[in-house]
Design a protein around this ligand. Structure first.
Ligand SMILES: Nc1ncnc2c1ncn2[C@@H]1O[C@H](COP(=O)(O)OP(=O)(O)OP(=O)(O)O)[C@@H](O)[C@H]1O
Ligand SMILES: [Mg+2]
Length: 513
């Protein structure tokens, strides 16, 4: 059971059907002979390791990538899209990872952009607004028509994108990791929206690394590995374990490595005293050699702001930061790096990666001193130093010479990680280090963190995944409203302990969103 046979779907002709679709980039077979069906009124999920081909497949379906071979049918009729616009003409829309909205225009204007109700060249505002209101009511959205999109949160911008698709009568919406950038209640709301769409007969193609999300939302799940379809089955017939087995071709084993021994007498590597910065109110903390300290808290508690201020990416207005007893200057990230403080930032796009350069260049960037002789970087020693590290982070489907912009999202994350491993930092700050990374690679990154710690690196780990914080840390600090409000250790280190500290007392309760 669990196999969906071509004739087996109860609705007759599928909405979309792919027949041996392939797409190659240079020597890489991004997708390789994939056949599958997407019925109406259902969520079809794609899972697979980083680089497995999920985004590429989504882009083929939504018309932004043209396949090399194979055919695609919409309601039984063969189509060949040369652009997302043509796909939209057949009822297929994509909710892009980087949302394509016009910030200064209002919600309603974005929704109908390019499809405005017009008479001659006049956009009829009244009609626009009433049409918007009808659409929003039908679909269960409540965003105000006139609000400019620019200042809105990602969750709301996603809703505008979905309404935009609906305004064009989309029948299939491709969503590539839509929940990766959301937190808590926004994720719930997105799930509600997806369920409503499906109840109204729409189809959703969902790409996600959150297997629990996939299992709870999807009707059918396709597992991809190395560009090939491993299987398509009913979600009811899969579990996290079977999906992982399908994605990796092997079981995962334990989720976390053994924590390294901790020496409470070890010298302090990172010492933070009374730091005040934007959204950070007077934080002091210490991390010892070989220690992994978790930093937990709700979104907006100030964790990212704190670590940015520590690294020098943002200015501290007072307080001191010392690495192994040496004080760091306030807004000099490069000096921080040279003093042995490395950081994996939350936002990979803005910080860190040189997108037009090779993997090799990106990885060796922070440690050029080790591979250069007389000011020249020796390509050969660069390669020799980088290769084993790339192997350790399990970069798949890419070579040291691949340009970083062509890597899958998760592989870009691994490159950033590899760079920080190269320089053997005294202190590593990792802000959401496994976001967008597949389950197998997650474990590889945990191993690397633990290995760094066992060689003496002091690690400060920011993560919204409580399991991750608890599974890796020796000790957990909980932040709320820019302050460290609790320190949990030993028995006290539990999910409920962290949550209790993260939420304020009833009188000053913060909204989780
Ligand atoms: N424009 C491109 N040029 C060269 N190679 C590419 C390009 N786009 C994708 N690839 C390669 O195709 C393969 C599949 O990439 P894709 O982005 O589809 O993976 P993915 O399953 O979405 O991974 P992730 O979970 O990390 O997002 C990867 O090896 C990637 O490096
Ligand atoms: Mg992807």
């Amino acid at each position: 059971m669990g196999w969906i046979s071509p004739e087996g779907s109860s609705t007759g002709t599928p909405l979309v059907e792919l027949q041996s679709i392939s797409k190659q980039f240079g020597g890489v077979r991004a997708i390789d002979g994939i056949s599958l069906e997407i019925p109406s009124g259902a969520v079809h999920a794609l899972v697979g390791e980083n680089g497995a081909g999920k985004s590429t497949l989504g882009k083929v379906i939504a018309g932004s990538i043209h396949p090399d071979s194979g055919s695609m049918l919409v309601e039984g009729v063969e189509v060949s899209f040369r652009s997302p616009r043509e796909a939209l003409g057949h009822g297929i829309a994509a909710m892009a990872q980087e949302l394509l909205l016009v910030g200064r225009l209002s919600v309603a204007e974005n929704v109908f952009l390019g499809a405005e109700p017009s008479r001659g060249s006049w956009i009829r505002r009244g009609t626009l607004k009433s049409r918007y209101e009808r659409l929003a009511a039908d679909a269960g959205f409540s965003l105000p028509a006139d609000e400019p999109v620019g200042g809105m949160r990602i969750a709301e911008q996603q809703q505008v994108e979905i309404m935009r698709a609906l305004a064009r009568d989309a029948r299939l919406i491709v969503m590539d990791e839509p929940s990766a950038a959301l937190s808590g209640s926004d994720v719930e709301r997105l799930h509600e929206i997806i369920r409503t769409l499906v109840a109204q007969g729409k189809a959703v193609l969902l790409v996600s690394h959150f297997l629990r999300e996939v299992l709870s939302l999807a009707d059918t799940i396709s597992v991809l590995r190395d560009g090939q379809l491993v299987r398509t089955s009913a979600a009811a017939d899969e579990t996290e374990a079977t999906l992982i087995q399908g994605m990796l071709g092997r079981p995962l084993g334990a989720a976390f490595p053994k924590k390294p021994e901790r020496n409470v007498q070890a010298p302090v590597r990172l010492s933070v005293r009374n730091v005040i910065a934007p959204a950070v109110a007077d934080v002091s903390l210490e991390v010892r050699e070989g220690e992994i300290v978790g930093l937990a808290g709700l979104v907006g508690a100030g964790r990212t702001e704190l670590v940015r201020a520590l690294f020098g990416a943002d200015r501290r207005s007072s307080g001191t930061v010392e690495i192994a007893g040496k004080e760091l200057s306030s807004d000099q990230p490069l000096l921080s790096l040279r003093s042995g403080l490395a950081m994996i930032p939350e936002s990979r796009r803005e910080q860190g990666l040189l997108f037009n350069r090779s993997v090799l260049e990106n990885v060796s960037l922070s440690s050029l001193g080790d591979v250069s002789r007389g000011g020249w970087v020796s390509r050969r020693s660069e390669r020799a130093a980088v290769s084993p590290i790339l192997e350790r982070v399990a970069l798949r489907g890419a070579t040291p010479d691949s340009v970083v912009s062509t890597l899958s999202g998760g592989n870009q994350q691994k490159v950033l990680f590899a760079r920080n491993l190269m320089c053997e930092p005294r202190v590593l700050i990792a802000d959401e280090p496994t976001r967008g990374v597949d389950v197998g690679a997650k474990r590889a990154i945990y191993d690397l963190i633990v290995e760094l710690a066992s060689r003496g690196t002091a690690v400060l780990l920011v993560s919204s995944e409580l399991e991750e914080v608890l599974g890796l840390s020796h000790r957990v600090l909980v932040m709320r409203r820019g302050r460290v409000v609790a320190e949990l250790e030993g028995e006290a280190m539990t999910e409920s302990g962290i949550l209790a500290a993260a939420f304020a007392d009833p009188v000053t309760t913060e909204v989780a969103a």
